[in-house]
Design a protein around this ligand. Structure first.
Ligand SMILES: NC(=O)c1ccc[n+]([C@@H]2O[C@H](COP(=O)([O-])OP(=O)(O)OC[C@H]3O[C@@H](n4cnc5c(N)ncnc54)[C@H](O)[C@@H]3O)[C@@H](O)[C@H]2O)c1
Length: 356
């Protein structure tokens, strides 16, 4: 068990990061400080943590608007908060955007990670009790056929600019462990879903389109398979690694929950219909097959037995339960959706953070 005191979370205003901050404050016995470093791209929304800010802001929770590519800004934050642990999530994360505009993916995901590693290498004068945890994706492993699973030993074979950039960052993180002894751990997880996910990813996109009664776009034949992981299960796994993971080691985190995209969309139609008192066909008839994404990986499936056997972690949510919670959250939290869609959260952010 590590002694964690001052944790820097990069990308803490994003989907997984904001859930992680909330998870640590509400579900663990951590008593130290969390600093959330985020530049607030379109995907970053500090409004997701306004309740946490109200409760812990200025004492145990701190927000720093900064870019991980800016070495001077990163250095200053490390010094100001005496950071001993970093959980690195900041990234450009949307595969479709990486296809239309790959440059930000290279500069943030690769150069940004490099900047953090360099800053830590000079800030931490000894590595005792320190840790840099890098959050990565199963997409680095490429695509599977009908059989088999990704293990931590599967060779990297990225297919999109997003997964190529994440692969490069994973290699850099491991290189800093082998070359400089920087204490690192790494996790590669499957598709997360849950509350606070920006409505450009599959599940919130479908829910929002159903509510707007617009066509539900499904790529190709809809038979691509993803392993779905409830964000709370992902974050309990990350917390387990931070505390008990072996330095230098990688861990796969998955939901052990493979679903074809089309089957998932059907389920969402059924849940939303039930919640809104309609027949499932009311939404199913909106499904529209669209031209496949270039380089669209066919199947991802994670073998997460290392997490289970070595660290005693397991998922707490099944897919049916997690999906129901997620749909209900989107139906009940229209204010969050409206702020994301309207850009109101940017005004909120300016009022709440720029003058601090
Ligand atoms: N969402 C998933 O299903 C999934 C799956 C596997 C791995 N991951 C990884 O988990 C991490 C978080 O994913 P997410 O879905 O929460 O992403 P997200 O897009 O919701 O959030 C990313 C956050 O990083 C911030 N950010 C981007 N560029 C930055 C920069 N240059 N400096 C500082 N902050 C910056 C954004 O403002 C945003 O708040 C990413 O590293 C992603 O690769 C995500």
């Amino acid at each position: 068990m590590r002694n964690l005191t001052n944790i820097l979370i990069t990308g803490g205003a994003g989907f997984i990061g904001s859930n992680l901050v909330r998870h640590i404050f509400e579900k663990t016995d951590f008593t130290g400080r969390i600093v959330n470093l985020d530049v607030l791209t379109y995907a970053g929304n500090p409004y997701s943590l306004s309740d946490i800010d109200k409760q812990y802001g200025g004492s145990r929770y701190f927000f720093e608007k900064a870019d991980i590519r800016n070495r001077a800004a990163v250095d200053a934050i490390l010094v100001k908060y005496k950071i001993d642990t970093v959980i690195h999530l900041a990234a450009e994360s949307h595969v479709d955007r990486s296809i239309t505009g790959p440059e930000e993916f290279i500069t943030t995901n690769i150069n940004g990670t490099f900047t953090l590693l360099e800053a830590l290498r000079s800030f931490w004068t000894d590595f005792d009790g320190k840790l840099f945890h890098h959050v990565s994706t199963d997409e680095v492993y490429g695509s599977l056929g009908n059989e088999g699973f990704f293990t931590e030993d599967t060779p990297y074979d990225p297919r999109s600019p997003y997964s190529a950039a994440k692969s490069a960052s994973d290699h850099l993180v491991r290189a800093y462990f082998h070359t400089y002894g920087l204490p690192i751990t790494l996790s590669n997880c499957s598709n997360n879903y849950g509350p606070y996910q920006f409505p450009e990813k599959l599940i919130p996109v479908m829910i929002e389109k159903m509510l707007d009664e617009k066509p539900l776009p499904v790529y190709g034949d809809g038979k691509n398979i993803r392993d779905w992981l409830y964000v709370e299960d992902h974050n309990s796994a990350v917390w387990t690694i931070i505390n008990d993971g072996e330095t230098g080691r990688s861990y796969n985190i998955g939901g052990e929950n493979e679903w074809e995209n089309i089957k998932l969309v059907h389920s969402l139609c059924e849940i939303v219909a039930k919640e809104r008192g309609k027949e499932a066909d009311y939404y199913k008839k909106l499904i529209t097959y669209v031209k496949d994404r270039p380089g669209h990986d066919r199947r991802y499936a994670i073998d997460c037995s290392r997490m289970k056997k070595e660290l005693g972690w397991k998922q707490a949510f099944d897919f049916e339960g997690g999906l129901l919670l997620t749909v209900k959250w989107y139906l009940e939290n229209r204010k969050w959706i409206d702020t994301v869609k309207s850009g109101e959260y940017l005004n909120w952010m300016e009022k709440n953070y720029d003058e601090r």
